[in-house]
Design a protein around this ligand. Structure first.
Ligand SMILES: Cc1cc2nc3c(=O)[nH]c(=O)nc-3n(C[C@H](O)[C@H](O)[C@H](O)COP(=O)(O)OP(=O)(O)OC[C@H]3O[C@@H](n4cnc5c(N)ncnc54)[C@H](O)[C@@H]3O)c2cc1C
Length: 381
């Protein structure tokens, strides 16, 4: 075990922080009001190779391992205050990882370069109106007809969905087998006849993230656009969740670190009853808890990322990461608002936005309840 980062990793972190502070200082509240996506910021992040971090250089990637990628994403979540943009970029990377792990050479050559360059926006579609936590109970059909697959169904709450150029879609190809080889995974391009991207939903937080419903009505997909083999969908889903539940928490932990620093500064500067508020135990203990959560979160993240770098299973570790870090972030945001008093409640302070954004982290990529179920199963309950 080595808890030291290399010089390259340290420089990467500093570069991402400097870049985010300088180039991503746009008015998030204006975008929130308009519900618009910050395209210029997306392009700048692409130029910074943020979407290319873990991919092989021959496809336009940076070739970093997952530990380095997680380190970089944590820096991005720390320095970029627009959690909607961070989530959009993480989604793009996650789609690339699915492509990289399960795509044919031809799919990789076609899609990985445009994922890395940000030229095409990707989304992944699993959730349906009738199935979220019970994801593999999906009803979207991928029926084989005349040598092609015909997709019919509706996906919901899909991040990047309304603006996606291509979507990785999970569908039932064999209703008899379902999770035992009956689900498959397809790449659907936006031009495909019968494919409709609906308007983005209005949300509680992550306002710049475009999240919406996707409809597939008789979409014909050639077999070459299948990710992995027919029936491999549940395996792709389970593997992807391990990567996803490591990468997304990395961004959340970065945000938690920023909130911790904001609270420390405020607790030092703000006085009440002739003392710094940080000298009141009720304030300092809240901040001490944030520090504990940050440090423990890091340990769990590095472990999960290390396991994936070693091509090992990390189902339990990734679930612990997802549960612990998302719940810690939500609590830290609540405490941060309280520590900032009346100002914490004002939009100008920006902590209320972090709080609204943080709630989603306990829902997407498997709710906290589902993570606890997984952890419970691992300990034999
Ligand atoms: C911001 C955001 C972005 C998202 N992005 C994507 C995306 O890009 N792609 C995608 O496919 N999906 C996406 N989702 C969907 C997300 O993955 C689902 O919302 C989530 O898995 C929960 O499913 P559900 O909404 O159907 O809730 P339900 O499954 O209906 O759950 C409702 C409640 O019941 C609880 N529950 C359900 N089953 C159990 C159980 N067995 N034990 C204990 N409690 C249980 C849940 O924890 C929850 O509290 C996104 C969601 C959000 C909010």
């Amino acid at each position: 075990m080595d808890f030291q980062f290399t010089d390259e990793q340290k420089i990467l972190r500093e570069t991402i922080i400097r870049f985010s502070r300088k180039e991503l200082s746009y008015d998030i509240r204006q975008h929130e009001k308009e519900g618009s996506f910050p395209w210029e910021a997306w392009r700048k992040c692409a130029e910074m190779h943020l979407m290319a971090l873990p991919f092989a250089e021959k496809y336009g990637g940076c070739g970093f391992d997952l530990v380095t990628t997680v380190h970089a994403i944590m820096a991005f979540g720390y320095a970029c205050k627009d959690a909607g943009l961070v989530h959009a970029i993480a989604t793009q990377i996650l789609c690339g990882l699915q492509m990289s792990l399960f795509g044919s050479e031809s799919l990789k050559e076609t899609y990985l370069p445009v994922i890395c360059s940000g030229e095409k926006v990707f989304a992944q579609a699993i959730t349906e109106p009738g199935s979220g936590s019970d994801a593999l109970a999906m009803r979207t059909r991928g029926e084989k007809r005349n040598g092609r697959y015909v997709l019919d169904g509706t996906k919901i709450f899909i991040s990047n969905g309304p603006m996606a150029d291509a979507v990785i879609v999970f569908a039932v190809t064999d209703p008899e087998k379902r999770t035992l080889g009956g689900i498959s995974c397809f790449v659907v391009e936006k031009e495909t006849a019968g494919f409709e991207r609906c308007k983005p939903f209005e949300k509680m937080g992550l306002s710049t993230l475009q999240n919406g419903e996707l409809v597939f009505a008789g979409c014909e997909i050639p077999p070459a656009r299948m990710l992995g083999r027919e029936g491999q969908g549940a395996i792709i889903f389970n593997e992807s969740m391990e990567w996803e539940r490591t990468l997304l928490p990395a961004a959340h932990l970065g945000t938690l670190e920023r909130i911790l620093e904001t609270c420390i500064d405020h607790a030092r500067e703000r006085t009440a009853f002739g003392r710094q508020i940080g000298s009141f135990q009720s304030i300092s203990h809240k901040i001490a808890d944030m520090k504990v959560q940050l440090e423990l979160g890091k340990m769990m993240l590095w472990k999960s990322a290390c396991l994936k770098d070693q091509q090992k299973r990390a189902t339990l570790e990734a679930s612990i990461c997802k549960l612990f870090i998302s719940e810690s972030l939500k609590q830290a945001c609540l405490d941060a608002v309280q520590i900032h008093g009346g100002y914490g409640y004002m939009a100008e302070c920006e902590l209320e936005r972090d709080l609204r954004d943080s709630i989603a982290a306990t829902i997407y990529s498997g709710t906290s309840e589902i993570q606890r179920n997984i952890i419970g199963r691992f300990i034999g309950l």
